[in-house]
Write a protein that binds this ligand. Structure first.
Ligand SMILES: Nc1nc2c(ncn2[C@@H]2O[C@H](COP(=O)(O)OP(=O)(O)OP(=O)(O)O)[C@@H](O)[C@H]2O)c(=O)[nH]1
Ligand SMILES: [Mg+2]
Length: 644
């Protein structure tokens, strides 16, 4: 738990070092558009870093109780409702956003009748019912939290329109009551904004409803669970591993690679196995036996299974009964969770930031290098004038004049390349633009509706993935063309005018392609096999497609933002160098002129250039020092922070 605070402190230090670097580089006029963009991204990456932990299981295994025990014992009571039978009825995210007051935001279940995924509603405040949380009135606050377990009874037609009832599906048909009504959740999703110290550090906790609710809420299966940094799968000692437990595990939690990294299995309610009439060794042995058999059934190592008692841990923490807390074994789960989660997350963030910093420093050093070289050249030029007559000076002036002309000619050609660049950019948008995805989504919806009573709704979905990939591939080709053009332009300027430049910024759409593949993998897992697909699942698939469409659109939107940012700054380093070179030429002209006019003495001028060069060398040293400070902050291990 402290680990998370250390991690937060580490992030703060890295952000502070980056901020200092940014301020200084800006003052030294080494920040072009591309570098500015990269720095802002890096800073946002550190500041907005989130660590999400999802609790997933069949109903009544103790998910909510476990969350209460791990995170909320300090409040002296149960924060999340936890009771026998089905309790949590909608996915519930606990996080903290300082921009909002403490509150619980609830998305009505009726929104399921429309073709929008939960994710689509996130940026639409009007869709949510907001209830304030009164932090200093715990009773009222806990009362507010019970919203997540509210249900409604509705006619089956209504439930059907939300995709929550299907007469042809035996599982769902059993949910109809004697009154002919179906019980459905009151809310589709809950977002709890709560100023808990760990949530303030960027932790996001996801509590999920059990039962086939997991399968019917595609937001969980396509977004929240696969994107969680850690997933805790909870079993109960008294029920052991049931068929439906195994289903949940296989369909939603086990990773396809089989490594099950970031997945933990919790064997809860071990207090049921505390037999007062047996020795504690015998009890421990019984628990160990069950731990091993669970591990075997799920195909994980026994060390990945954590036997605990969430309830006794909560009671132990609240009453300050350390012996009971010890006996609950929750401490072992907590340290394993944070010991695995945080270093893994830190490594990823560190790797990304290191890349950002490398690119930044390389670009800035190149810029500084050119500036220093410019000065040295000018100095040499002036030194060569020592003892020379007016004729030589006039000759030199003509030479600079020539260089300037040649440079202007290159700039003129650059205008032509710019036009090509504009054309290529437009072509790029014709394959990656949002209207393209939207058209594809509409096509699938129409095809699915037409196929509802026919051949099946799956072929259009499959085609959708193919088309999304094809769009990305076509865009990647265009990006390749733009890259090649930029490369040759950069090469030409460095060959013809001796500008030394970092290679232009690269853009890859690979990660968006991977995202789409990942979405498809989940889709195939749930709907791909014929055996799984009872005809009745067609309506479920239609609802599922809403979320697929939303996720893919989301990927495309991110890809578009990347493309836009990239196009905006790809020319920036070249332009910065061009500006600098043009100034150098102008400066040379002026100084030779002044010497010809005898306004300045040659030696004074040489000394001035030398002083300027020394200043730049100092700037270079300082740059290295500051980027070194960022690297040191990045490399610091968490325990080291404590010492620092
Ligand atoms: N004896 C015992 N009971 C527990 C333990 N953990 C949870 N329970 C009880 O089991 C019941 C179900 O717990 P919940 O936390 O509501 O389970 P859940 O997994 O959140 O269930 P849903 O919200 O319905 O999906 C509650 O009555 C808890 O008090 C435990 O470690 N030991
Ligand atoms: Mg619950």
């Amino acid at each position: 738990m402290q680990d998370l605070q250390h991690y937060g402190a580490w992030r703060e230090r890295v952000a502070a070092a980056l901020e200092q670097y940014r301020m200084w580089v800006q003052a030294a006029e080494l920040l072009d558009g591309a570098a500015e963009q990269r720095l802002s991204h890096a800073l946002a990456r550190v500041r907005d870093d989130r660590l999400s932990v999802a609790f997933v299981a069949e109903f009544s295994r103790g998910k909510s109780e476990l969350i209460n025990a791990i995170f909320f014992a300090d409040y002296g009571q149960r924060i999340l409702p936890s009771s026998p039978g089905r309790t949590t009825m909608c996915p519930t995210e606990l996080a903290y956003d300082a921009a909002l007051p403490p509150c619980i935001r609830l998305l009505p279940i009726e929104t399921r009748a429309r073709h929008l995924a939960t994710g689509d509603y996130r940026d639409d405040p009007a869709a949510w019912t907001v209830l304030p949380l009164e932090l200093d009135a715990p009773e009222r606050m806990i009362e507010t939290f019970t919203q997540v377990s509210l249900t409604r009874r509705v006619p089956k037609e209504e439930a059907e329109s939300y995709g929550l009832y299907d007469a042809a599906d035996p599982d769902l048909a059993a949910t109809i009551g004697a009154d002919g009504l179906v019980e459905i959740p009151r809310w589709r999703h809950a977002l709890i904004n709560f100023p808990h110290p760990l949530l303030k550090q960027g932790l996001v906790i996801l509590d999920t409803p059990g039962l086939n609710a997991i399968g019917t809420e595609p937001e969980l299966t396509l977004n929240l669970i696969p994107n969680a940094h850690a997933v805790l799968f909870i079993l109960a000692a008294e029920t052991g591993v049931t068929r439906s437990d195994i289903d949940v595990w296989r369909t939603h939690i086990a990773t396809s690679s089989g490594s099950n990294a970031g997945r933990m299995v919790v064997l809860n309610k071990i207090d049921a196995m505390w037999d007062e009439l047996k020795s504690s060794q015998d009890n421990d042995a019984a628990i160990a036996r069950q731990q091993h058999s669970v591990a075997q059934l799920l195909g994980v190592g026994a060390e990945q299974v954590f036997p605990v008692s969430a309830q006794k841990a909560l009671v132990g923490k609240i009453n300050g009964d350390m012996a009971l807390f010890e006996k609950s074994r929750l401490g072992l789960l907590e340290s394993a969770l944070f010991n695995e989660l945080i270093p893994a997350r830190q490594d990823i963030l560190r790797g990304q930031l290191r890349q950002d910093l490398d690119a930044l420093v390389t670009g800035q050093q190149a810029l500084l290098g050119t500036r220093i070289r410019d000065l040295v050249e000018q100095m040499q030029e002036l030194q060569s004038l020592r003892g020379k007559n007016q004729g030589v000076i006039a000759h030199m002036m003509r030479r600079v004049e020539m260089e300037k002309k040649e440079f202007d000619a290159s700039l003129f050609k650059l205008q032509g390349t710019r036009a090509v660049f504009t054309t290529l950019s437009t072509e790029l948008y014709s394959s990656i633009g949002m209207d393209v995805v939207q058209r594809q989504v509409d096509t699938v919806r129409t095809a699915m509706q037409a196929a509802r009573f026919g051949t099946g709704t799956r072929p259009p979905v499959r085609a959708f993935f193919e088309e999304a990939r094809a769009s990305l591939d076509a865009s990647a080709v265009k990006i390749g063309e733009i890259n090649a053009m930029m490369d040759s332009m950069y090469r030409r300027f460095s060959a013809e005018h001796g500008l030394s430049m970092a290679v232009p910024m690269r853009l890859s759409l690979e990660r968006y392609r991977d995202e789409i593949d990942a979405i498809e993998t989940i889709y195939i897992k749930q709907f791909g096999t014929a055996t799984l697909l009872i005809t009745s699942r067609g309506t479920l698939l239609e609802r599922f497609f809403d979320t697929i469409a939303s996720r893919v659109t989301h990927s495309f939107r991110a890809a578009n933002a990347d493309v836009e940012a990239w196009l905006k700054v790809i020319m920036a380093p070249l332009e910065a160098q061009i500006r600098q070179h043009r100034e150098q030429l102008r400066g040379r002209q002026v100084s030779i002129q002044r010497i010809a006019d005898a306004t300045d003495t040659l030696e004074q001028k040489i000394a001035a250039f030398d002083a300027a060069r020394q200043d730049l060398e100092k700037v270079k040293g300082r740059l290295a020092g500051l980027s070194g400070a960022v690297t040191r902050a990045l490399d610091a291990d968490l325990p080291q922070l404590e010492a620092a």
